[in-house]
Design a protein around this ligand. Structure first.
Ligand code: PLP
Length: 445
């Protein structure tokens, strides 16, 4: 052990990432690795995009910090203006902080404050979904339904958070149930949870439009989010979308909810907002949520020292400008279709690949011991970590997820190439990934 840093693994030091260039990372093992998942679906422009670096340098020369108790700053104002241009889905104001978890915490507190200000202080409950991930700070962890991540901290998590089933057709649609019946069952389950808690005591329903870090790129069935919205509307609760992982272009539209035809009241964003060039997250909120607060107490009862940080906002502004100017959403759609097709060619008939799913440049495979029964592998085998290691050995970084199936560890591996990926990059990613899967399975004890 050399490192004094508290790493994920306290017994082994990871290699050092030394340099990033486009879709490649160069590391202290002397390896050049395709960053096939952009870390955890973060590096949407790849590494070292000159336009972003220039914007950061220019901002650094002008202003690195000013406290929001006295000032706003140009880069944060411009970022909010750009992201909210045309008020997509009625979203009209933006809050900026430094991470996805912070942004989820802020969104939860905003929902709570909204109801206090409109004279409904009894609304203290939040309903989220099992097998979701909303972050690792205590409020966000309580909102999340990933039992493995929650277990250690369960005794100190708030009792204001409750969980219903996710829309996970691969495992949870019953035999003989068609898609519409499954969606109706999920809506009935949400309705029942409102009734159990007292419908006027629920502040918000929280969900990821495309589930990322727990189940691996699970899209909802058509009509699912409209049905969930209808339940929230019936009871006056807010709809909060966590687009920390799936948002800001990752699924081929700027916001994942655009493909559901349902806009949220509050939308949380982070990873693709700044593409990893700076730590940044935030939420977008509509006038229904914000106006009563502006007209009531006049201030959001929340804040952080580094909120709306000039450097972070300047980097994110440049990232968002590049996505527009280079028409990268078109590339996400085209390369996403290619990635899907190539993954299905290579792994679609594999006897241990249960499901390949995703949208845009956001894809995952779920591995199973047996395709017919969908039985997962023994968690002790840690198949997803083995796939990660075999992929690294072949020059590819992919993202193994600590997903849970029925409360047990499952094997999901995620690919989220940068929006700048070319056809050749996609071919290389799928070749290396397919070979890594074969090798990991061949070498199981
Ligand atoms: N919400 C979702 C959907 C996420 O995927 C994540 C991180 O993976 C978070 C929240 C937390 O973001 P952060 O790790 O930046 O705190």
């Amino acid at each position: 052990m050399r490192s004094r840093l508290i790493q994920r693994n306290l017994r082994a030091d990871p290699p050092l990432a030394l340099r990033g260039e486009g879709i490649f990372l160069h590391d202290s093992n002397g390896r050049t690795i395709i960053d096939g998942s952009g870390g955890a679906a973060v590096a949407c422009l790849g590494h070292g995009h000159p336009r972003v670096l220039e914007a950061m340098a220019a901002q650094m020369a002008k202003l690195t910090y000013a406290h929001t108790a006295l000032y706003s700053c140009e880069s944060a104002e411009a970022l909010a203006d750009l992201v909210l241009e045309g008020e997509p889905g009625g979203l009209a104001q933006m809050y900026l902080c430094s991470s996805g978890s912070e942004a989820v915490e802020a969104a939860l507190k905003l929902a709570r404050q909204h109801f206090v200000e409109i004279g409904q202080p009894q609304r203290r409950h939040f309903i989220a979904r099992r097998q979701s991930y909303h972050g690792n700070t205590l409020g966000a962890l309580a909102a999340g339904g990933n039992m493995m991540r929650r277990a250690l901290y369960q005794p100190i998590l708030s009792d204001a958070f409750h969980h219903v089933s996710p829309c996970y057709a691969y495992r949870e649609r019953a035999a003989g149930e068609d898609e519409a019946e499954y969606v109706a069952r999920l809506a009935a389950e949400l309705e029942a949870e409102f009734q159990r808690l007292g419908p006027d005591s629920v502040a918000a329903f929280v969900a990821e439009p495309v589930v990322g870090a727990t189940l691996g790129c699970v899209t909802a069935l058509p009509g699912y989010f409209a049905a969930m919205r209808a339940v929230c509307d019936r009871h006056g609760a807010l709809l909060v979308f966590d687009e920390v992982m799936c948002g800001m272009g990752r699924t081929g539209t700027l916001h994942a909810w655009e493909q559901e035809g349902v806009a949220p009241d509050i939308q949380v964003v982070a990873k693709g907002l700044g593409g990893g060039y700076q730590p940044i997250g935030g939420f977008l909120a509509n006038r229904r949520v914000m106006d009563p607060i502006r007209d009531g107490s006049g201030g959001f009862m929340h804040g952080h020292t580094y909120q709306a940080h000039p450097m972070a906002a300047a980097a994110a502004l440049a990232v968002q400008q590049v996505i527009r100017e280079e028409k990268l959403l078109d590339n996400v759609q085209a390369m996403g279709a290619l990635l899907e097709a190539r993954l299905v060619d290579r792994l679609g008939n594999h006897r241990h690949v249960g499901d390949i799913r995703g949208r845009g440049l956001f894809w995952a495979a779920e591995f199973v011991a047996d395709r017919a029964s969908k039985a997962p592998f023994d968690p002790a085998l840690r198949l997803n970590d083995r796939i990660k290691q075999e992929a690294y050995a072949r020059g590819l970084a992919c993202y193994p997820m600590a997903g849970t199936i029925d409360g047990r560890r499952g094997d999901h591996v995620l690919l989220a190439p940068p929006y700048i990926a070319t056809e050749a990059d996609i071919e290389a990613i799928v070749t290396r990934f397919g070979d890594a899967v074969d090798a990991a399975l061949a070498n199981l004890p």
